[in-house]
Design a protein around this ligand. Structure first.
Ligand code: PLP
Length: 432
């Protein structure tokens, strides 16, 4: 499998190069040259296969010859080594819970898969020591830290905005040690992201270190997200019509992976891009014009993205054809007020606890079903409610017990390196 740059100014590369460089030299995102079709047997047998076997079958064509099967098998098994239950919420709505991994959000699978691939390439000695540099508003950094912890040949540097991540999130970033360093920036997430961008564009720095990113731009983090949709299908009733799937979306990596799985032959129904007030994609579907904007803060903060990087991949999947896109994909915008109302209503009537991202997806699905009453739907529940206590706890009137997966971080000392919003400071740190 080769990957081409969506800007078409750089040569196609294999999975290994796409993974260790992250982005094409021309600044474009990599996209697979062909979309592999699921072998006919796979679709039939999907329900009876283990998660690890599904993962190996789906990922193998994308990885090609760059990782031998025996290693890929281990990488896949470790990447999906927890539960992905499909839980009924109420009539017509189920939740695929993607928050049972080590950092309680769906980014774990992509981060674990990518880190193990990068670790494999680094071990073979034909790859320079790699520094993964990433800015986080919360969830990405934790998933990357946990996924890369102890991977030899890979150093991880995470920039996060001081005082603007939740206590659980900060523990996930700052207490692991080993090859993980947290830089605590006295600024906003946008400041962190701007510093990281500048670092990637600094030729002097790239002489000194081989830098790569670990967000969903990277194919090794993006592509394994197709597996969620396979796991959903495994648990979906065999005699029911294909599910409508509502995906809480920020950078649109997850949704785009679902569309890819569908293009490979997974029998899924309509997709809904569920967004908060940051709505360039819903506006595009309405008007045909894509206008990036500065992000505005909301309760579902992992989706506070004003210029979603994977949107270009969605355009590519639909051949830039708006009519085609509208047939397969709807989009909706949900306010913070409606988000809170949904968490409250579902808690009161069903005793099922949503968190802000899942509640956005739930609300968008319900609105779609009001127009399409026969549609059976599922939402992707992308984070555990304990990560958003300030929104959720006042609604349920009690504290949410800390899940076992994060209890071990509780009493570990915080270690972070303070950093001003000053590129020279970041550069000095990275040059040593
Ligand atoms: C990252 C994230 C999202 C958005 O996913 P994208 O792939 O960026 O669209 C949604 N919910 C949660 C909890 C997240 O951490």
């Amino acid at each position: 499998m080769k990957y081409y740059s969506l800007r078409h100014q750089s040569p196609p590369v294999d999975f290994r190069t796409a993974t260790i460089t992250g982005q094409a030299p021309d600044g474009g995102l990599y996209f697979p040259e062909t979309i592999p079709k699921f072998p006919p047997g796979l679709r039939r047998e999907l329900r009876s296969l283990s998660k690890a076997t599904v993962a190996l079958n789906v990922m193998r064509p994308y990885v090609g010859a760059t990782i031998p099967d025996s290693d890929l098998q281990r990488i896949c098994a470790e990447a999906v080594d927890f539960e992905f239950p499909l839980v009924p919420v109420e009539a017509g709505v189920s939740a695929l819970e993607l928050f049972h991994g080590p950092t309680l959000a769906f980014k774990d699978v992509g981060a674990r898969f990518m880190s193990r691939c990068l670790g494999y390439f680094a071990q073979r000695g034909d790859t320079p020591a790699v520094t993964v540099l990433v800015a986080t508003s919360g969830d990405t950094g934790g998933a990357v830290a946990s996924g890369f912890l102890g991977v030899s040949g890979v150093e991880v540097v995470i920039l996060y905005p001081s005082g603007k991540v939740s206590p659980v999130q900060e523990q996930q970033l700052t207490t692991l040690g080993q090859n993980i360093t947290a830089l605590e920036v006295s600024g906003t997430f946008d400041d962190c992201q701007a510093l990281v961008k500048q670092a990637f564009q600094d030729p002097e720095l790239s002489q000194r270190r081989f830098l790569t990113s670990a967000n969903s731009i990277n194919v090794a983090r993006w592509l394994p997200q197709q597996l969620y949709y396979c796991f959903a299908w495994q648990q979906w009733p065999a005699d029911a019509p294909a599910p409508v799937i509502s995906v809480p979306s920020g950078n649109f990596g997850n949704l785009c992976a679902g569309l890819l799985a569908q293009a490979s032959g997974l029998p899924l129904g309509h997709f809904i891009a569920a967004c908060n007030a940051n709505e360039p994609v819903p506006a595009y579907l309405r008007t045909g014009t894509f206008t990036p904007r500065a992000a505005v803060p909301t309760f579902s903060n992992a989706m506070d993205v004003g210029n979603p990087s994977n949107f270009v991949r969605i355009l590519e999947l639909f051949d830039n054809d708006l009519t085609k896109m509208r047939a397969a994909l709807s989009a909706d915008t949900v306010s913070d007020e409606d988000t809170v109302a949904a968490i409250r209503a579902v808690w009161e009537s069903e005793r099922y606890l949503l968190e802000p991202h899942g509640a956005v997806a739930y609300t968008a699905l319900r609105r779609y079903q009001a127009q399409h009453p026969a549609a059976q739907g599922l939402i992707l529940a992308t984070a555990h409610p304990v990560k958003f206590p300030e929104v959720v706890e006042p609604i349920i009137g009690q504290a949410i017990p800390l899940p076992e997966a994060v209890q071990h971080l509780q009493n570990r000392p915080k270690r972070s390196v303070p950093l001003a919003v000053d590129y020279e400071q970041l550069k000095a740190y990275l040059m040593t």
